[in-house]
Write a protein that binds this ligand. Structure first.
Ligand SMILES: [Zn+2]
Length: 315
């Protein structure tokens, strides 16, 4: 494979790896790992595939549950094997809490095996491709890994097939996955966040509240769907963006559904813009102004070629 192509793929997988980590996964879940220890300075002791091509977390799963997540993510092989205190290797100190029978058996097994492990000073750990038994990169294994890492996302087709500007499709893609920077997400990341929804001041700000359940959002949905001669009924309880979208599409006549998909994105996008104006510009519009902006946006999209959207108004 051409070097730049390999690099691009490696960068892509690294990006996927970041995303996995952000979603609560662990380093090395998708991509490359340090598999062949040299000096042990880069391979991670608990999670990389350095024990005969396998990670300790697979070989001793019970024992690894007793290791703090921060240690799993940072402890290198050389640090772990270094002797501390009265000749005990540091990895033993990473294990905290009481040992079950299963954990003791795993512990004894590894103690023996690790006693004979020799690192090679001056030689860097080698990267090993996770998805082939040889550790060598192949295009086929990369595509298979892509399929494996892909999580089914209900409603993705609706987003990518509907007529809407790309930035708005991307916004919906992120919003549907709960990855727009609403107050709940900011708090989870330890960032400053406002207390309640800036539109209604009644509930926590989450993507689904903002775009679906917020009383102001409901008012906007009702008015815009009525304007486009579409049916509008609301669902009870906590409703996700995907469920709301599916519901709104399902209650329309089949020939109107593609147009309604575009309309859906125009409404959601302007609710988000209104929220941002309230947060960053301290400027709040009344519902009638938000409605007027959405109508203007729809006119622009129709003029730019959104035929199905335009057909909603031709009856
Ligand atoms: Zn609200």
């Amino acid at each position: 494979m051409h070097a730049s192509c390999s690099q691009t793929l490696a960068m892509f997988f690294a990006m996927r790896e970041d995303q996995a980590e952000e979603a609560g996964g662990t380093r090395g879940g998708i991509c490359m790992q340090y598999g062949v220890p040299g000096n042990g300075d880069r391979a991670l002791f608990w999670t990389d595939n350095w024990v005969d091509g396998k990670p300790i977390c697979d070989l001793a799963p019970t024992l690894v549950t007793l290791v703090a997540p921060i240690r799993k993510k940072t402890r290198t092989v050389s640090q772990a094997l270094a002797l501390v205190g009265n000749g005990t290797p540091r990895w033993v100190r990473d294990i905290t809490g009481g040992l079950s029978v299963g954990a003791v058996i795993e512990y004894l097994h590894f103690w023996e095996w690790l006693r004979h492990t020799q690192l090679t000073p001056g030689v860097e750990d080698m990267v090993r491709w996770r998805w082939t038994s040889s550790g060598q990169f192949t295009v086929q294994s990369a595509y298979q890994a892509l399929q494996l890492g892909r999580t089914a996302f209900h409603g993705a087709d609706r987003i990518w097939k509907a007529w809407a500007p790309l930035r708005i499709k991307l916004f919906f893609w992120l919003a549907s996955k709960g990855r727009i920077w609403t107050a709940d997400r900011r708090r989870r990341r330890g960032l400053d966040a406002h207390d309640t929804c800036l539109m209604c001041d009644q509930a926590n700000e989450t993507p689904s509240h903002l775009l679906v359940s917020c009383p102001l959002a409901k008012e906007v949905w009702w008015q815009i769907l009525s304007w486009a001669h579409c049916t509008c009924t609301f669902l009870a309880g906590e409703v996700s963006i995907q469920d709301w979208w599916e519901h709104i599409i399902a209650i329309q006549a089949p020939g109107r559904r593609k147009g309604v998909c575009s309309l859906f994105m125009a409404v959601g996008w302007h609710l988000w813009k209104e929220r941002n104006a309230r947060l960053f510009e301290r400027s709040a519009a009344v519902v009638s102004v938000i409605i007027a902006r959405i109508k203007q946006e729809v006119d622009l999209w129709v003029a730019a070629g959104a035929r199905k959207l335009g057909s909603l108004f031709c009856e």
